[in-house]
Design a protein around this ligand. Structure first.
Ligand code: BGC
Length: 414
């Protein structure tokens, strides 16, 4: 069976994790705070801000036809109300490099990081943040919208829910090892540093009902602006969606978890052009809540269960949104690239079965292109299709990249 014509085959990235030197962002400040919870700072990361042409060429040479990347708000608006023409020109260059290589850009307008100045206003609990975000989106889309066919407003609008629901409620001893890299960022008081406190109010520290309201309004405000200034752009957001499985007696609790992660967002995404589905593993829910990973399970470098079958189930469940779906992230952290090949094969088999059953899936964007900065875990987890020697910034294509590229060229699994 082949995939639909125009199926997006590619890889997903985020600015802060690869570009380097995101100096005006809240995360840069968090990384450099005394008592920082980060294993190491992002530094030059993969120097992708300088090397984007090479990286896009590598992706295109593999046979992939789509690149998801994020435009960094902290670069475009490094001070409140000051928009950088130079940063916008840079992202125009990135978009043009994609189009010149026949690569469809899928642009994320916010992938966890925000300008540090926004934290001074209250960050993602400040009631007027939706207007600030929409103003930034207006500028980006007015300048660059002609080159942007797909825009994701917010990456993982439900991340606060994921952290609150799956991790924060559980005691240390019972903590499940589940998909969620940045967990821990939101816990505890902000660390102090010489010039003041580390910023609070960042996207991953937001578990409150107020934050839910701010985040969902930020999406709908941005969508309205994007439709106004760039009507040809398809707009949606992305959600972190684990395959939520009920253990005996856990049926009701599992339904509640799914409602928090997915159903609560349906009013905000009604009328979107697509939904970005991001899946890494499953969680099993018993009467007591989220259960630990089974003792005998294979786990990834992140401690999540190796469970690529999750993708197909999640796509079927997410289809109830009634929107076209794009897999905007799916992947695993491993040093054993053969396991990445096996993961991709199994995940795509599930995706193919969901297509055969009539689920409208438009693309598969593997997380991620380069071994990168995995938030508070630093550079240790290896999620990339391409290895990066950070001393030389030399890239080495892995077998898994060739495997995915060959599928993309055939537009079929075998
Ligand atoms: C995020 C990425 C992150 C990945 C792997 C997703 O939740 O969008 O930024 O690197 O998971 O942990």
């Amino acid at each position: 069976m082949s995939f639909p014509d125009g199926f997006l085959w590619g890889s997903a990235t985020a600015a802060h994790q690869i570009e380097g030197n995101n100096l005006a962002s809240d995360f840069w400040a968090l990384e450099h705070a005394a008592n920082s919870r980060f294993a190491e700072p992002s530094g030059d990361a993969c120097d992708h801000y300088r090397l984007f042409r090479e990286d896009i060429a590598l992706l295109a040479d593999l046979g992939l036809n789509s690149f998801r990347f994020s435009i960094e708000w902290a670069r475009v608006e490094p001070e409140d109300g000051f928009f950088s023409d130079a940063a916008l020109a840079h992202y125009r260059d990135v978009l043009e490099a994609c189009h010149a290589s026949g690569v469809v850009p899928v642009v994320t307008l916010h992938h966890f990081t925000s300008p540090k100045w926004l934290m001074g206003l209250g960050g993602w609990e400040y009631e007027r943040t939706p207007e600030r975000f929409a103003a930034y989106c207006r500028t980006v889309m007015a300048e660059l919208g002609d080159l942007i066919p797909y825009a994701c407003t917010l990456n993982e609008a439900n991340i606060g829910r994921v952290i609150r629901r799956i991790v924060a409620n559980l005691g240390e001893g019972r903590r499940p090892r589940v998909e969620q890299a940045p967990v821990g960022l939101g816990e505890g008081p902000g660390a102090s540093q010489p010039g003041g406190r580390a910023p609070e109010g960042h996207f991953l520290s937001q578990f409150s009902d107020t934050a839910f309201d701010v985040i969902t309004r930020a999406h709908t405000a941005a969508r309205a602006v994007i439709r106004e200034v760039s009507p040809h752009t398809e707009v949606g957001l992305t959600l972190a969606l684990q395959d939520v499985q009920a253990l005996p007696g856990g049926e009701k609790a599992a339904e509640e978890v799914w409602a928090e992660l997915f159903e609560d967002f349906l009013p905000a995404i009604a009328g979107d052009d697509f939904l970005g589905v991001q899946n890494y593993s499953r969680i099993r829910v018993g009467p007591e809540g989220v259960a630990p990973v089974p003792e005998d399970a294979e786990v990834t470098q992140m401690g999540y269960e190796f469970y690529p079958q999750a993708l197909g189930s999640v796509l079927r469940a997410a289809a109830s949104a009634g929107l076209p779906l794009i897999v905007t992230e799916n992947g695993l952290a491993t040093d054993d690239d053969a396991r990445r090949v096996a993961f991709v094969r199994s995940a795509l088999e599930g995706l193919e079965r969901s297509l055969a059953d009539g689920v409208d899936v438009r693309g598969y964007l593997h997380w991620t292109l380069l071994d990168n900065f995995e938030w508070m875990h630093g550079f240790a987890p290896k999620f990339g299709l391409i290895a990066v020697d950070r001393a030389t910034q030399r890239r080495t294509v892995k077998e898994s990249a060739r495997f995915l590229g060959a599928i993309a060229r055939r537009n079929a699994l075998a």
